[in-house]
Every structure is written in C-alpha cells, then in structure tokens.
Design a protein around this ligand. Structure first.
Ligand code: GAP
Length: 512
C-alpha cells in the first residue's frame, strides 16, 4: 500500500480546505468528516456531474429528494432490521472489535502481497526473458500461496452465505490471525451486529417510538415509486435518481472518508418489466463504467468485481472497484434487486405497488436495477488520482491537483501582475464578466509564481494574469495548470475559450 501517498492526501485535504475531521477541537468524532470551502465545491461538482448524467441526459430518469427519517416499518419491510448485519469478533486481550470478514480479507491481502513479491523477484532475476503469466502458473511458491487464497476464499463465501458464524471463527483460528494491537489470538465468538443507527421520535410522555437513520437512500425511492410514476406519467422502463445522506454504524471505520458513519450516496433505481432485468443490468454496468471513464482518471484505475455473496434482495450484483492508494476497493455497486423491495412494501403496507403497463395490458410489480455510488468515496477517488508531486526541469518541486477541469473547486483565478498602475481594477473587471459562469478567485498577494503554486495545489485549471500590456492591447496571459504553458489571448475571446475548457456539457455530450 502506498502509505506515504495516502498520508499526503489526508494532510493535503486538511491544509487546503477540502476535508476536516469532525469536531476536531474535541479530538474528533471517529469516521465523521466535514467538507471545507474547496471540498464542498469539489463535492458539489461531482454530484452535479452525476445528476446531469442521470437526469439531464435521460428523458426517462427523474429526480427525488426524500426525508432521512422514514416510518420504522420501512426497515422491517426492506429486510434491514433482520439482515443488515456485520459479523463481529472481539479480541479478549486488547478488547478491540473487528469485522470477522475484514480480518480474513486482510489475511488474504497479505498472501497476495507475498505473491506479488515473488513475481517481482522473478522479474529481477530473468529480466527481459521474464514471462509473467508462465511464472504465475508454474512457480511453486506462487502456486502454494494461491491455493491457500482460493481455499480460504471459498470457505469465507460459504460461511457468509449460510450465516455460519462458527466457521468464520474457525477460519480466523486456522489462519492464525492475531489482533494487530495486542498480537494475541484469544478471540470471542463471532456475533452479528446491526449497522443501523436508531433514535427516538416524539417525547417520552407521548410515547416515543424508535426510528432509524436511513442506511441507504434507495428506500425513499421505493416507497415513492407510484407517487413519482403517477405525477410524471412515466412509463416503464424509467428511473428515479436521488442524492442524500445515509448512516451506518460501521465498526471498521478507517481509511479516511472511504468508510464513514455519516456519508452521502448517489443512487438511481431503474424500474423495468420482469424478465428484462438482466438486459438492463448489463446496460447500467456499461453506462456507469463509461461515466467513470469520462473523467479521464486513467482507464486502468477501474475494474468490475462480481459479488461473491449476494445481498438478500439481489439476483445479480457487481462493484465498480477503483484503485485507491490502499488497493482496488468498491466505489460503486450495480445491483439487480428483483421485485424484492416493492413486493415487500406491498406486503408490509397493504398498498398495491403495481404498475399498469398499457403496452401489455397487465399490472405487475416492476423489477429494479440499481446504481449506487458513495459521493465521499468518489471524492476520495478523484482526489487520490489527481494529487501529484512533480519535479520540474529546474529541479523545483510542485504539488499539483490534476482534477478534471470542470470538477475543480475554482475554475479560473485572475491575478493582477502587481498591485498598482490600474492592473487590479482591470483584473476585477475581467472577473466580473465571468464570475457568474464559473467559480472564480481573485488574488493579488505574493509573487505571481507563488500564486500559481497555490492554485496548482487546489487544482485550478486556468489562471489569467493582467499586466501592463493588457492595458495597451486588451490581452492577458492564460496559464494552463497541467502544462504550465502561458499563452497570450485576447480578453474578448475569453468567454468562448473558458466555455470550451470548463463547461461540463462537453463531457456530458460524450455520454449521450
Ligand atoms: N442501496 C444499495 C447500497 O446502499 P451499498 O453497496 O451498501 O449498496 C453503495 O452502498 C455505495 O455506498 C458503496 O459502493 C459505497 O460507495 C458507498 N458506501 C457504503 N457504505 C459507506 C460508508 N460507510 N462510507 C462511505 N461510503 C459508503
């Protein structure tokens, strides 16, 4: 794992106003984070790009914004009360609690690391003659570790699918997994732990009732399915998109904003005719991968991974994984949720959740294909892929955030070269003309070089400098963040040029 890089990302996020630990002055609240001035701009730009790619690009996808609090029966119907659990185990010496499946996954990751080390050794030894595929297929050390991995993986999947908690503990013992804190192998039994946060609604005098903070935004869409369909006269297939907060009492809450207790989701439920769900599942897998690839963070940064254990509602599911600094991990889930949710809400509420299809003259409970991505995880993906430490030709170092230009917190910075001779006034005039179209920043402090560096560090794709020549011929220098090339351009051409470089519609057009 690129530990150093990850530490840099966290430090950079704080120093430049992207992300702060929640309640930091009270030593923080674990796995809860606040977004600073640059963070909220980047996060909003990510959300807007997702929203537009769903709602603006598709005639048959509409938006929704439902409440975080929902009737408690919703979570009985959805299966979350009974089955939204993590298998937990405690170490008796350190008193630390872990997710049993995560301990085993980490064990597998260590075996995989050993294989990679072996492959690197082979590369070094055989140099140009090295055939990696053949080496992996024949090297006895690699084969031994791979066999162990396959055996443990099969047993984990079987244990999770059959809720066999004894088997999970047995595996932890057989793999000789020790607590990272105490180093001891003295474990309790594995127990199920529900991840939903609960609170009370109403005062105790009135008889308060227990309600839950939603662990996914999807249920707000399901219970409103007919309200939306009837009010918009949508015909199946159609989709409902929503962004909003979700809450999970995560036990393994590490890795910065990767796994939080309060986080945001961007979810879209696509309602289809029963029997057509696999077709649409494949469609949305590809459409979502295209959306990710459109950002240009690197083709090889993503991969699909089929779920080994299907959730209680799914008949097919996969993740889009992203190469975070700590390895390939889930960024987005695409799930074929069958008619499970709507049928359960029909059963639990006693209300019909059916759609009358005018084409087939039938009423049915639609099937659902869901795309579900964590906004914060997407933020981390973008931030970690974009942050770079470069050594320039003159040996100087620069830190640059190579964000896709339309996602950058500040699209354009405007500088007067010096603080006199009418240059600040001219710079302000230029700023006034574009500030309603893009997030802009005016800065006249420090040398121009330092101002450029500050903008590089927050990912500002373009800077304009107003100098004495500007007053004579109405031209400015436009500096490109990535190439650092400065070109002289006419102020009149600026709106057209900025539109080309910063308007997200050019990226969205490719998705149509
Ligand atoms: N409605 C389906 C659903 O919620 P999920 O796989 O549990 O499925 C979807 O979550 C996405 O939400 C994940 O792919 C991830 O990006 C994000 N997510 C889930 N738990 C999270 C957490 N604790 N912190 C941050 N993001 C999380």
């Amino acid at each position: 794992m690129q530990e150093e890089l990850f530490k840099n990302i966290i430090a950079h996020a704080k120093e430049y106003g992207f992300i702060f630990q929640s309640s930091e002055i009270y030593d923080g609240l674990s796995a809860v984070y606040d977004y600073g001035p640059n963070g909220i701009e980047l996060k909003n730009n990510i959300k807007n790009y997702w929203w537009d790619a769903m709602v603006k690009v598709h005639d048959n996808i509409v938006g929704l914004d439902t409440a975080i609090f929902m009737h408690p029966r919703v979570w009985d119907a959805s299966g979350h009360v009974a089955a939204f659990n993590d298998p937990l185990i405690d170490n008796k010496d350190s008193k630390k609690r872990y997710r049993a499946d995560v301990l085993l996954e980490e064990y597998i990751a260590r075996l995989e690391e050993r294989i990679e080390k072996e492959v690197k050794k082979g590369q070094k030894r055989f140099k140009d003659a090295f055939d990696e595929a053949q080496f992996r297929a024949t090297n006895p050390n690699v084969l031994r570790e791979q066999e162990k991995i396959d055996r443990v993986k099969d047993r984990i999947v079987e244990a999770l699918n059959t809720d066999n908690l004894k088997e999970l503990k047995q595996l932890i013992i057989e793999c000789e997994i020790a607590c990272p804190i105490s180093g001891s192998r003295d474990w309790t039994d594995v127990r199920q732990f529900n991840l939903m946060f609960s609170t009370q609604m109403g005062s105790t005098h009135e008889g308060a009732s227990q309600i839950f903070l939603r662990p996914e935004t999807a249920q707000g869409i399901f219970v409103n399915f007919l309200n939306v369909q009837k009010s918009t006269r949508m015909k199946v297939p159609f989709g409902i998109a929503q962004t909003g907060k979700a809450f999970r009492n995560e036990i393994v809450a590490r890795q910065f904003i990767f796994r939080m207790r309060e986080f945001e989701q961007m979810e879209m439920q696509y309602f289809v005719q029963p029997g057509k769900e696999m077709e649409w599942y494949e469609h949305w897998k590809q459409a979502r991968m295209d959306w990710h690839q459109s950002l240009g963070l690197g083709e090889n940064m993503y991969r699909f991974k089929d779920h080994e254990k299907l959730a209680h509602y799914a008949n097919a599911a996969c993740d889009i994984e992203f190469q975070f600094p700590f390895g390939f991990k889930e960024l987005e889930g695409i799930h074929s949720r069958t008619d499970y949710d709507l049928a359960r809400h029909e059963e639990y509420s006693g209300r019909r959740m059916r759609y009358f299809d005018p084409e087939t003259n039938e009423s049915y409970v639609p099937y659902v294909v869901e795309t579900s991505i964590g906004t914060d995880r997407m933020f981390l993906a973008v931030l970690s892929a974009a942050l770079k430490e470069e050594t320039l030709e003159n040996g100087e170092k620069r830190t640059v955030l190579s964000l896709p230009p339309f996602l950058a917190p500040i699209g354009l910075a405007v500088f007067p070269l010096i603080k006199k001779d009418g240059l600040p006034e001219k710079a302000q005039e230029i700023l006034q003309n574009v500030r309603l179209d893009y997030n802009c920043l005016y800065d006249e402090k420090d040398s121009i070089g330092r101002r450029y560096r500050r903008m590089d560090a927050i990912g500002t794709p373009y800077c304009i400098t107003v100098d004495h020549q500007t007053l004579e011929d109405n031209t400015v220098t436009l500096r490109d963040r990535d190439t650092m090339v400065q070109e002289r351009i006419s102020i009149e051409k600026l709106p057209e040029l900025l539109d080309k470089k910063l308007n997200k519609k050019h990226w969205l057009q490719k998705l149509q």
